[in-house]
Design a protein around this ligand. Structure first.
Ligand SMILES: Cc1ncc(COP(=O)(O)O)c(C=O)c1O
Length: 397
């Protein structure tokens, strides 16, 4: 079995994979290609499988301890991949990033407090604060860039605001924020007393030679006033282990938060989470590099396919080329205008797009509006799959 053979089709039906198990519920049919939830159709790196198989073979699954090398391995990874020098005392295990956001929202804000998100954005950024009785304010992304003027006026008008959840790099769209954007964001948030949660789960899958910038590394304002969440889960396709970490340089934030995590044992990794992370970060860089190259090939393949899908002289689906990760944001507004038979799109038109992809193209993608109202006329496609799965036909409209 060649671990770099990303063309291999692996049958994941009946394996409890949500990507397949939820098809009927979400899309109304099972005979479609699932290109939605953000995990890969690739087998995880061999080094990860080997260490876990060895553990499973031991046959005794008792209480375990956090391996002492885990935090140094995380610190080394941040330094080598992002040039960010992290002290091990700043690090804690957290059981998944969405849960980490939930923990931070509960610990650092009160019911009724305001939280800013930059929409369209990964939906739990909105749902977690809302589900915990917080208010969510939107600072929409403008043409793939951060709208800092709008943020400043939002904070002036709506303050006090307690928290901003940053997607770094951004999902959907795969935008890598510039150093200037991150520095200005840090400055604005410090001035307005807004704690920044930087979700860097997609940071290690930069494409086309890009490099993501860790928010906390850009300035003192950023380091003093932020919590970074990172994980090997997207990069090495191990999200099922809920293996994540937080990095907090400011002891005034870290100490009370980590004390609370510890009191509730939220900071205790399962052995799958810790061993998987250590193996991935120490041995699986060649696998990651090969996966990135393959994903780039898939994106080029999609671009070619969509460029040929035209009507009335216009391209109907414009993919936004991601700078990072494997989620391709498809601007389908031209297609939707044709389906709806009008220029001005209405929120209810989105179902026409969903219906086209599920029932005509036979692929299951994330609908754009789940990331915020700005997602109208968009879909999100997961391109971390064998290239042959992207060979779907696009019926004429
Ligand atoms: C930006 C972002 N954060 C977090 C997650 C999920 O992280 P976890 O599974 O660790 O909760 C995803 C998954 O798609 C994501 O895109």
């Amino acid at each position: 079995m060649d671990e770099f053979n990303f063309d291999e089709i692996i049958d994941r039906r009946n394996t409890y994979s949500v990507k397949y198990a939820a098809l009927k519920t979400l899309f109304g049919r099972e005979d479609i290609t699932p290109l939605w939830v953000a995990d890969m159709e690739f087998r995880s790196p061999k080094c990860v499988r080997d260490i876990l198989e060895k553990y499973v073979q031991s046959g005794i699954y008792g209480y375990d301890t956090e391996p002492p090398q885990m935090k140094p391995v995380i610190a080394q990874w941040e330094l080598q991949e992002h040039g960010w020098k992290v002290d091990c005392d700043w690090i804690s295990f957290i059981p998944g990033i969405v849960r980490g956001i939930g923990l931070a929202v509960n610990f650092f804000t009160e019911p009724g407090d305001k939280v800013v998100v930059q929409s369209p954005v990964y939906h739990p950024f909105t749902n977690v604060p809302l589900g915990n009785g917080r208010k969510v304010l939107r600072n929409p992304v403008k043409d793939g860039r951060m709208d800092l003027d709008h943020l400043e006026s939002l904070l002036k008008a709506e303050g006090p605001v307690k928290m901003l959840i940053l997607c770094n790099p951004h999902n959907p769209g795969g935008y890598i924020w510039s150093r200037g954007e991150l520095e200005s964001l840090a400055e604005i948030c410090r001035r307005h007393g807004v704690l920044v949660i930087s979700d860097e789960i997609h940071a290690d899958l930069s494409l086309w030679g890009n490099r993501n910038i860790c928010f906390a590394s850009v300035s003192e304002a950023a380091a003093e006033n932020s919590i970074t969440f990172g994980a090997p889960s997207k990069t090495f396709n191990i999200p099922g282990f809920a293996s994540s970490f937080s990095i907090i340089p400011n002891p005034e934030l870290a100490q009370p938060f980590y004390k609370w995590l510890s009191a509730n044992e939220f900071n205790c990794p399962s052995i799958f989470a810790s061993l998987g992370m250590i193996a991935a970060f120490t041995e699986a860089k060649p696998w990651r590099d090969a996966a990135v190259k393959y994903i780039e090939g898939n994106i080029l393949h999609l671009e070619e396919k969509f460029s040929a899908f035209r009507a009335g002289g216009e391209q109907l689906i414009e993919p936004v080329r991601p700078q990072s990760s494997y989620l391709v944001w498809l601007d389908c507004r031209n297609l939707l205008r044709r389906l709806a038979g009008r220029d001005g799109l209405k929120p209810e038109d989105q179902t026409l797009l969903e219906d086209y992809f599920v029932n005509k193209v036979k692929v299951g993608m994330n609908t754009g509006v789940m990331f915020g109202p700005e997602g109208l006329g968009h879909m999100r496609l997961n391109a971390a799959c064998p290239r042959s799965l992207l060979d779907f036909e696009l019926p004429e409209v």
